[in-house]
Design a protein around this ligand. Structure first.
Ligand code: ZN
Length: 172
């Protein structure tokens, strides 16, 4: 993976349109190595955010406290993924479904701290779960289908965000 990254970087450097940096690089300057998110404990190391790990510091080395991009996204309530859960079965098994969603999110965060739940709200028979990344919304929907059955319909927008509607009619 790092090899691929390095190659992509060298390719983009070779590009003639040198002012066209990838959107992410323009938007978010990379944090310093060994930055630690003061909210979720994610650690920025070797150019990516990782879940909280043990970190050995050499003499003179120190961590820098910051707030990671995903936590900032949660604060701004900015979602790239949205799940809408509907159907009779939701009313019957909402607690179990919510527990499952929390579980999936926890497991995802273990390896990818940038994937978080922004909000979860039940209103008028629909559970709306918003996530920082469309991949997490996708993964949750997949796990719901696996665990409870039902159907998931995906709708991607031009900006890369996704709406997923998961429905299941009633008890099997
Ligand atoms: Zn964080």
């Amino acid at each position: 993976m790092p090899k691929q990254k390095a190659m992509m970087r060298s390719l983009s450097r070779k590009g003639t349109r040198s002012n066209r940096k990838p959107a992410v690089a323009v938007k978010l300057p990379a944090p310093a190595e060994r930055s630690v998110c003061e909210r979720c404990g994610a650690l920025y190391l070797h150019e990516s955010w990782r879940a909280k790990r043990k970190l050995a510091l050499g003499p003179g080395e120190t961590v820098r406290w910051t707030v990671c991009p995903a936590c900032k996204q949660v604060e701004r309530e900015e979602a790239q993924g949205r799940l809408l859960l509907r159907g009779k079965y939701l009313a019957e098994a909402r607690e179990e479904i919510e527990r499952r969603i929390a579980n999936v999110a926890r497991r995802a965060a273990y390896t990818q701290p940038e994937r978080k739940i922004v909000s979860s709200e039940f209103r008028n028979g629909t559970l709306e779960v918003r996530t920082t990344s469309q991949k997490l919304a996708h993964r949750i929907a997949r796990e719901l289908c696996k665990a409870f059955g039902g159907k998931a319909a995906y709708n991607w927008s031009d900006d890369g965000s996704v709406d997923v509607v998961w429905t299941r009619a009633a008890e099997r």
